[in-house]
Ligand binder design. Structure first.
Ligand SMILES: *[C@@H]1O[C@H](CO)[C@@H](O)[C@H](O)[C@H]1NC(C)=O
Ligand SMILES: *[C@@H]1O[C@H](CO)[C@@H](O)[C@H](O)[C@H]1NC(C)=O
Ligand SMILES: *[C@@H]1O[C@H](CO)[C@@H](O)[C@H](O)[C@H]1NC(C)=O
Ligand SMILES: *[C@@H]1O[C@H](CO)[C@@H](O)[C@H](O)[C@H]1NC(C)=O
Length: 583
């Protein structure tokens, strides 16, 4: 009796507290520190902005031009986007209030309004060329943001990238009023200090298995920026198609793209790279070698072993098979020509070039006339030579090589300590490689492979029908956002090893994903990883995260990102995650 009364009073207090604090002011990903009040402030298009003491006239939709990057231009673009998101792409948060209570809880339009009229931006250090093409750790992305009760607003950051992160948080403070184009926060004063936990926070975008129009890639770059993520890894080629135009070897895309026009010209690539950098995101290009290279057989059959060999299950991870030959004399001149074309188009925009290296099939080398065996005693030294030469090409262009984990961890190939290794097979390689002093990013497929769990893309008949029923894919189940959120890339490592895990990437392999479905595949799941990587979600519960993620998801929708649903309004109304807690 007494106990149940206590619980009654407690839950009454809890619901009063929940009511008083609705809607939760959800900055996603969660800042390191945030203090908010309960005063209302309004904002409108007349906001004036200064940058390091000088006026910064901003315009909606401003996109800095050209391959040179200027801090004030980048910030001008950032202010324009923040204001677009506040006054043109905002949302009425009915789903965050109790049923039928939106109108009572919104600030009154008839009372006098205090406006935020000026935003003062101070950048405390000058950007360097590294700011715009950083190695992990080169950019200080920290910032502070303060909005006082009277609307005085300021941002302070070390780099222009930090200013962009601050502007993103600023844009997330505001909601749209249900009565029209009026924008408010009910949480002033606001004071935020913030910095990322990991330096490398990205998404792998596979434009080879399916072709993605430019808009799809640029939209994803915007969404990454909304999540304060800072890398887009373009998996540009694979055995299924070669959409990347290489002017020195035009037959690669002329024969290897899916169709005429389904390609990325040098100017498309530069557009992607510049668009990303203007949003504080580094574009990383991958041309996978020596596996995942089959399509090159259409234009250069001598370079490739085992093109379309059958049964594919004996020779590669998925059809069509095809791998670079290891002792064919024309391979080196071909790769020299390829790299001499692409690397100078990468190096102005990135510190890295990804050389691939996953799923090299040793059995395939039985079909390589220059190797003709699957004996690893023969193959490993050849692979070592291949990697040494290929990475030398990358270093000569002033870039740092990236590789998939198999090269060092499965094939025992030695790679330089400069190389950034991308792990995907689980956390054993992370432990082993960091113990050897290698830098690593994690894309653990058990948590961060976004294509998984949606069923096979291959078709089955005959006896296979029964064997493979009900047709789960190799990495089922689906990695729902709760599972994505539960992953800690630094779990079980010593402090010294943990430091070498510089970040992670979610992978959106596109065998069964295209432009029509990519948004729902990426979001809100990449947001969940975005918070793990920005704020180290360790210890944060689903109950705490769900209402914030649901609110952020509404922002993604209002900004034109067709994100999947976190859960129904019954769960989000009143910011009452407890209503949807299991038991
Ligand atoms: C290598 O080839 C032999 C003989 O063809 C085969 O028995 C063996 O399974 C193959 N090894 C691998 C790793 O595929
Ligand atoms: C790599 O080394 C490990 C441990 O010595 C060994 O088990 C494995 O077979 C080697 N792999 C190759 C491809 O040689
Ligand atoms: C960490 O270790 C625990 C206990 O051995 C294990 O259950 C868990 O899967 C490990 N986590 C990672 C990410 O390796
Ligand atoms: C939150 O949900 C619980 C359980 O459904 C309910 O008892 C409580 O009244 C709700 N609180 C609010 C503020 O809606």
């Amino acid at each position: 009796m007494v106990l149940s009364n206590c619980r009654g009073i407690f839950s009454m207090l809890l619901s009063l507290w929940l009511l008083a604090s609705t809607p939760v002011l959800a900055i996603w990903p969660a800042p390191s520190s945030i203090n908010t009040g309960d005063s209302t402030l309004w904002i409108g298009p007349t906001l004036s902005v200064s940058y390091n003491g000088k006026p910064l006239p901003w315009i909606y939709g401003y996109e800095p031009k050209g391959p040179k990057f200027s801090s004030s231009e980048i910030i001008k673009g950032g202010v324009g986007r923040a204001m677009t998101n506040i006054v043109h792409k905002n949302f009425v948060p009915w789903m965050l209030y109790n049923r039928m209570e939106l109108e009572q809880t919104e600030p009154s339009l008839s009372k006098p309004k205090t406006y935020i009229t000026h935003l003062d931006i101070v950048q405390t250090k000058t950007d360097t060329s590294k700011t715009f093409k950083p190695l992990a750790g080169d950019v200080d992305e920290s910032y502070s943001l303060s909005v006082d009760k009277n609307g005085k607003t300021s941002i302070k950051a070390v780099s222009s990238t930090g200013v962009l992160r601050a502007l993103e948080s600023f844009s997330q403070l505001f909601f749209q009023h249900s009565k029209g184009p009026f924008f408010y926060t009910k949480s002033a004063p606001v004071s935020i200090t913030d910095k990322p936990e990991y330096d490398h926070r990205g998404v792998l975008f596979d434009v080879s298995r399916s072709f993605f129009p430019m808009d799809s890639i640029l939209r994803t770059i915007d969404a990454l920026a909304y999540n304060k993520m800072n890398r887009i890894h373009i998996h540009a080629t694979d055995s299924q198609s070669w959409p990347l135009e290489i002017p020195a070897i035009p037959e690669l895309h002329q024969k290897g793209a899916y169709a005429q026009g389904k390609t990325y010209s040098p100017s498309d690539l530069a557009t992607i790279q510049q668009y990303a950098i203007n949003r504080g995101i580094e574009p990383i290009i991958e041309i996978d070698t020596p596996g995942h290279f089959g399509i090159v057989a259409l234009s250069h059959p001598n370079i490739v072993a085992g093109w379309e060999s059958t049964p594919w299950t004996s020779y590669c991870a998925e059809p069509p098979c095809g791998q670079i030959r290891l002792k064919e004399p024309s391979v080196d001149p071909f790769l020299d020509k390829l790299m001499n074309d692409i690397l100078p188009r990468v190096s102005p925009y990135s510190a890295y070039f990804h050389t691939g290296g996953d799923e090299v099939n040793f059995n395939m080398y039985k079909l390589d006339p220059t190797v003709a065996t699957n004996d690893s005693a023969v193959i490993v030294p050849l692979l070592q030579k291949f990697i040494d030469k290929h990475h030398a090409r990358v270093r000569k262009a002033g870039l740092v090589p990236m590789v998939w984990e198999e090269i060092p961890a499965s094939y025992n190939v030695t790679v330089g300590k400069d190389v950034l290794i991308q792990s995907w097979l689980g956390d054993e390689a992370i432990a082993a490689l960091t113990a050897q002093g290698h830098k690593v990013i994690s894309s653990n497929y058990n948590f961060w492979y976004l294509d998984c769990g949606r069923g096979q893309w291959l078709n089955f008949a005959g006896a296979d029908l029964a064997t493979y029923y009900p047709f789960p894919d190799w990495c089922s189940p689906y990695k729902n956002w709760r599972l994505v959120y539960s992953y800690d890339p630094r779990a079980n490592l010593t402090a010294a090893q943990a430091k070498l895990v510089v970040g992670g990437e979610l992978a959106a392999w596109s065998e069964s994903i295209d432009d029509a479905t990519i948004d729902d595949i990426l979001w809100p799941r990449a947001s969940a990883a975005g918070e793990v990587l920005w704020s180290a979600a360790k210890g944060r519960s689903q109950i705490e995260a769900a209402p914030r993620l649901a609110e952020f998801r509404e922002r993604l929708i209002s900004r034109g990102i067709k994100s999947g649903t976190v859960h129904m309004p019954f769960c989000t109304q009143g910011q009452n995650a407890t209503a949807c807690k299991y038991l």
